[in-house]
Design a protein around this ligand. Sequence first.
Ligand code: C2O
Length: 541
Amino acid sequence: GAIRKYTFNVVTKQMTRLCSTKQIVTVNGKFPGPTIYANEDDTILVNVVNNVKYNVSIHWHGIRQLRTGWADGPAYITQCPIKPGHSYMYNFTVTGQRGTLWWHAHVLWLRATVHGAIVILPKPGLPYPFPKPHREEVIVLGEWWKSDTENVINEALKSGLAPNVSDAHVINGHPGLVPNCPSQGSLSCNFKLAVESGKTYMLRLVNAAMNEELFFKIAGHRFTIVEVDAVYVKPFTTDTILIAPGQTTTALVSAARPSGKYLIAAAPFQDSAVVAVDNRTATATVHYSGTLSATPTKTTSPPAQNATSVANSFVNSLRSLNSVTYPAKVPIKIDHDLLFTVGLGINRCHSCKAGNLSRVVAAINNITFKMPKTALLQAHYFNLTGIYTTDFPAKPHHVFDFTGKPPSNLATMKATKLYKLPYNSTVQVVLQDTGNVAPENHPIHLHGFNFFVVGIGSGNYNSKKDSKKFNLVDPVERNTVGVPSGGWAAIRFRADNPGVWFMHCHLEVHTTWGLKMAFLVENGKGPNQSILPPPSDLPKC
Ligand code: C2O
């Protein structure tokens, strides 16, 4: 493959949204940040230069990083962060993936504004497995806070309560029509998708929002979904896309109208009555050439915030393409059969009066992950002791039942525990939402792998009944799965990538609260089965 070189200057930049101005951390002064382009098999070199006062690290979300965990990016998991004034060269090759992915900061809450798309085109000369679109557009969905996001999370951590929700959703950096703020609503700065009647367009969607799962719609148009998380799917049509934080979706849209202006809308899917979401719908427009009118001829309203059936029907339509070129290699025999409860818990305050609940925490199998002070991958590679243990539990410690009363023991243990996997072993993880405090959808992301979503359901997972209905033929393959509110999702993967791989909820506040863990995949004995040596400019803690 070719070599693609990029320079990412991390700099602060003043931006005005919702009629107020603030400084944000950006890459190259852009929000969203620059798009990375590559063909499958290319090597990507990104020199990240930290010119801000915060520690920085960048994660290439969904890139498998085969044997190159040093370039994965999560701070204190695979690398120490890049200190202010320092730089680090991320060096990785794109193998076995094609489609849309994205990159984002993976330290503090910087990813609120430090994010952008990665477009992986097929190998040169190889066509898409669907008709070639007239043009491709990257559409990054996000959130905007009027206040400083580092303050938002710091205040929440101090109080032990949930942080404030964002002030607006944004489409390619813009909230769209904002009542009471006409200058912001001016159509010149909102995102416009210019189309010609009769042509087909490819939309590469990224949900870079911090905490909200989104519905995406275009008035008067339907989508054909062709790929998610850089894996082709069997094409299906829909008028609504559901996309969780961390996920990417590529859709074809044909400009089937003669002319006009049509509203694009992105709004939250709120699957829990308890959890607050930002109510603002972000808007943009599809603009047919030759149309002069400034106001949309057709508007759209996204599904109701609690439209679970719309969400389910989208999720259940996803099937991997499973062709000769792209076979679905679903592991059939399972070596490690894991059950992980994911959800929020409450840790009691020991210095307070008995029975006093202290703060919200989040956990997997009642373990609230404690961030180490040095990167786990370094600790593993250089055999440093005392940084982590490898006794992450394969099953939950406590009985759980999302439907019944909250379990008596919501307390979690704070520890840096990893789950060890021999090279090439096969793994099934059933992710069960416990709904201890508030059942809600958890978009669980695994670094270093794609996994197959073999089953998804509501209520408590029943290993005898539910495993019989698993799809082992054409399950969707992805890197982030939405575990339904009060339900479960079963994923399978092969541990063919040695290193330390983070798994966490992609709702940023849940990650902060501890809904995270890591797998340690051992080296294999054969050639090309061990992690490569670290680059010489790897940051130090
Ligand atoms: Cu997109 Cu660990 O993150």
